[in-house]
Design a protein around this ligand. Structure first.
Ligand SMILES: Cc1ncc(COP(=O)(O)O)c(C=O)c1O
Length: 397
């Protein structure tokens, strides 16, 4: 047995999260794409059977009350809250991340404007997942702001009295770089601006500390490390003391103080429901609710510790098995700067990933030359990691 495989055995034997894998539907494939689509939690199919057949099929409209459909967006928001360091009552689930970026960013500019005139610039992460940049461009046009793309590291140096809002990613989708959420949020606040964080690649993989770090607004998806399923609804966090001033650009009837009052005038709801828009996507939302049960009794600190151990071990196995110079890691070496993925650059990365998938190792390819491997600590083990590095070495050879 090679040194890396015996190390994998030891690490798996000492893994306090190893048993959680049994709560997922998995097979012999090494699944390193949970940063794109999380695996299926075993409790979901049975719950969906009940939701569809009994709640929808038998109870029909009564389920809005009797099955708790109406209150699901905030109830499920409260289940996500501890995973991102938020006290209850500040997160609402619904819509896509893109839509929530729009709500949060326009509301952020409106909040900043309350401090006086002249706040007419939005800073956006220049390396962001494209949707955030597109939405920020439209939000800027709508609010009369100019949009300035900058890297997160440049943000402190370009904040001025004109900055209204700053939209940042906690973890970069391509490189897996973890940005300094506490430091950048403090810098944005010192400039009198409002910080909006996209947590898509961090929630469920590492501690976020939204309340602790005074984040204003945050959004995230639930289909990656939260395993909510394809197209599962996203969420919006509005810090409690900002909720009464949150002025949504999409004030649908579900966010009305009295949705069934059917009034012509709009009066916003108080609290997290103010972030709602229209009728919630109940089927996806209740699949997500069942999926979140895998988190019962799990500490996000333990998840982070395993995530770092997995990515360290992957890099170690790649160094041991892949010929030097065949791949280049884009992911930071320092733990403080690393999310839960490793991005490796190599020539013909698209073809390489195709062959990896054919050989039972699923990651993904991001143009032009990046192999992305996501490590979901709830179901990825150290032997998986070792096998992935070996198959990568064989593929490249
Ligand atoms: C950082 C980030 N933001 C947003 C999205 C996608 O947004 P939506 O849920 O609207 O598809 C992704 C998808 O991978 C993402 O990585």
């Amino acid at each position: 047995m090679s040194e890396t495989s015996s190390r994998a055995r030891e690490l798996d034997a000492a893994d306090e999260l190893a048993a959680v894998r049994a709560k997922f539907v998995l097979d012999s494939v090494v699944y390193l794409d949970g940063n794109s689509l999380g695996a299926l939690p075993a409790a979901v199919p049975g719950r969906m059977e009940d939701v569809v057949r009994r709640q929808w099929g038998s109870l029909r409209i009564r389920s809005w009350e009797e099955s708790g459909w109406w209150t699901a967006p905030e109830r499920i928001g409260d289940r996500i809250a501890p995973l991102v360091g938020a006290a209850p009552g500040q997160i609402v689930v619904g819509d896509s991340t893109s839509v929530n970026v729009f709500k949060a960013l326009v509301a952020a500019v409106r909040l900043a404007a309350e401090g006086g005139p002249g706040r007419d610039e939005i800073l956006v992460d220049a390396t962001t997942f494209p949707t955030d940049g597109y939405i920020a461009g439209s939000a800027a046009r709508m609010t009369g702001c100019t949009l300035r793309p900058v890297t997160p590291a440049e943000v402190p140096g370009v904040l001025t009295g004109r900055t209204a809002a700053v939209l940042l990613n906690h973890v970069d989708y391509r490189t897996g770089r973890l940005h300094d959420l506490p430091g950048l949020t403090a810098a944005v606040h010192a400039a009198g601006a409002v910080a909006v964080w996209d947590l898509c690649h961090s929630a469920g993989a590492l501690p976020v500390g939204l309340d602790e770090h005074g984040v204003d607004l945050a959004v995230g998806c639930t289909y990656k490390y939260l395993n909510g399923g394809p197209g599962a609804p996203a969420y919006l966090y509005v810090r409690r003391d900002l909720q009464d001033r949150f002025d949504s650009p999409l004030p649908g009837w579900n966010s009305h103080a009295e949705p069934f009052g059917m009034r012509t005038e709009y009066t916003p709801a108080t609290g997290a429901p103010r972030g709602r828009v229209g009728t919630p996507d109940i089927l996806s939302m209740l699949a997500l609710e069942a999926a979140l049960e895998v988190w019962d009794g799990i500490s996000i600190d333990a998840v982070r510790a395993k995530s770092l151990a997995l990515t360290d071990f992957f890099l170690e196995c790649v160094a041991a098995h892949v010929p030097e110079g065949a791949v280049e890691s884009l992911s930071p070496k320092a733990h403080a700067e690393r999310g839960s993925q490793v991005a490796l650059r190599c020539p013909d990365a698209g073809d390489v990933m195709k062959r990896l998938i054919e050989n039972g190792v699923v990651g993904d390819f991001r143009p032009p030359d990046v192999l992305r491997f996501g490590f979901t600590p709830l179901y990825v083990g150290f032997a998986d990691v070792e096998r992935a590095a070996r198959v990568l070495a064989e593929t490249l050879a």
